[in-house]
Design a protein around this ligand. Structure first.
Ligand code: DHB
Length: 390
């Protein structure tokens, strides 16, 4: 008699324990953040990881009654890894949202998993225009290369640049940058005698730069992904391109704030167009930069950090809008149409395209207080991705 009731109690307690645990698990809202924490794109991973953690430290880990858990996975920017990790996060961890995506091939590898599992995929870095069309569950908080390139193609011919050779990393975002810069620049009366493409992995810019030197255009337009700008800048100087009178222009990826300060004199005067500069003059940005540097031993936040920080905001706000329910379709609906003040300026998640609408700034590298910055000198407001405008 005694023994049976003891067993019964033990079983009852066991059941309670299990269901209590299940309830606690249900209450956890999981974000699977896949980033390149190692390899050629590691700076992108480090920036976004730090920004996501800053967002959580500033905004708490409980949203609409749910405990938010960030699960960070390193894909080394190998798309087969990104895909496998996304699958594991969806099937085993049952994440509510997938996020991150350091390079375009990673985002494209995961898009079908987002569609099949109805899991929102918040793209915080990758910037090829077509990514948002790869799945109806993609929402982007970074930028697109067409968005960043067109402003520069309007600026250049008004500033004495009539011939340009383009040099881009040979994959999605580079091809977008080349296409949109070239067609807009030619439309404005400019000439593009040569369009060069350099491999994404372990690029050697030297033979391409030699060719540019021989062609002697007014300027060289460059797209390289975040992290690759220093190598290009170094070889540009070594070949004496600036001394030969060839200007360097590009999207802001090449004067990445993560690297800029170590680029030296060659970088001074380089004009780029982009959506974010650490130097952006707004109270929201000043607060962001200060908090980011304080939490990361003085590391400068770059445009990748801002994509990660804003991506977390989009997820948090969507979860609030669902009243903490957090189903895939409801979250997606909550992400569409969000308008807010980002450290980069005002932004809008276009409900139709799920892509970000934002200001594009023209900037020039200048030395201020002994440090190099991308100093904004003009702005084109509320730029939609021209890659989609039919
Ligand atoms: C991509 C990666 C980058 O590092 C960048 O600066 C722009 C685009 C990409 O792969 O989409």
């Amino acid at each position: 008699m005694h023994k049976r009731s003891f067993l019964g109690t033990a079983v009852a307690l066991g059941l309670l324990g299990a269901s209590g645990l299940a309830m606690a698990q249900d209450n956890v809202f999981k974000i699977g953040l896949i980033l390149p924490m190692t390899g050629q794109q590691a700076s992108t991973g480090r920036q976004i990881d730090a920004a996501a953690k800053l967002w959580m430290a500033q905004n708490g880990e409980t949203v609409a009654g749910r405990k938010v858990q960030l699960i960070v996975k390193d894909d080394g920017s190998v798309p087969a890894n990104t895909r496998r990790l996304a699958q594991e996060l969806v099937v085993n961890d049952k994440v509510n949202v997938l996020a991150g995506m350091g390079i375009t091939p990673s985002a494209l590898a995961v898009a079908p998993i987002a569609t099949q599992s109805k899991t929102p995929l918040v793209v915080m870095a990758a910037a090829t225009s077509s990514i948002t069309e790869a799945s109806p569950y993609v929402v982007r908080t970074s930028f697109t290369l067409p968005q960043a390139s067109v402003a520069l193609a309007d600026w250049a011919p008004k500033n004495g640049i009539k011939t340009v050779v383009t040099l881009v990393s040979d994959y999605g975002p580079g091809l977008d940058a080349e296409k949109f810069f070239k067609s807009r620049f030619e439309f404005n009366g400019g000439k593009v005698p040569e369009a060069l493409r350099v491999p994404l992995m372990n690029p050697d810019f030297a033979p391409f730069l030699q060719k540019v030197r021989d062609l002697k255009p007014d300027a060289l337009f460059v797209f390289v992904p975040s992290g690759a700008g220093s190598a290009l800048m170094k070889q540009f100087a070594e070949r004496g391109m600036d001394k030969a009178g060839i200007k360097l222009i590009g999207t802001g990826d090449v004067t990445d704030d993560d690297l800029l300060n170590d680029m030296g004199e060659t970088a001074v005067g380089v004009v780029t167009s982009h959506h974010y500069s650490t130097d952006h003059n707004s109270p929201a940005n000043k607060k962001f930069v200060e908090a980011f540097q304080k939490a990361n031993k003085g590391l400068r936040p770059n445009f990748m950090a801002v994509g990660g920080y804003d991506g977390m905001r989009v997820i948090y706000e969507a979860l609030k809008k669902t009243g903490g329910k957090g189903g895939g379709d409801a979250l997606l609906a909550g992400m569409k149409g969000q308008i807010f003040e980002s450290p980069r300026g005002p932004v809008f998640i276009d409900a139709q395209t799920r892509d970000i609408v934002q200001n594009i700034y023209l900037r020039k590298v200048e030395k201020k207080n002994g440090q190099l910055y991308n100093v904004e000198f003009d702005v084109i407001k509320d730029v939609k991705d021209p890659g989609k405008a039919k």
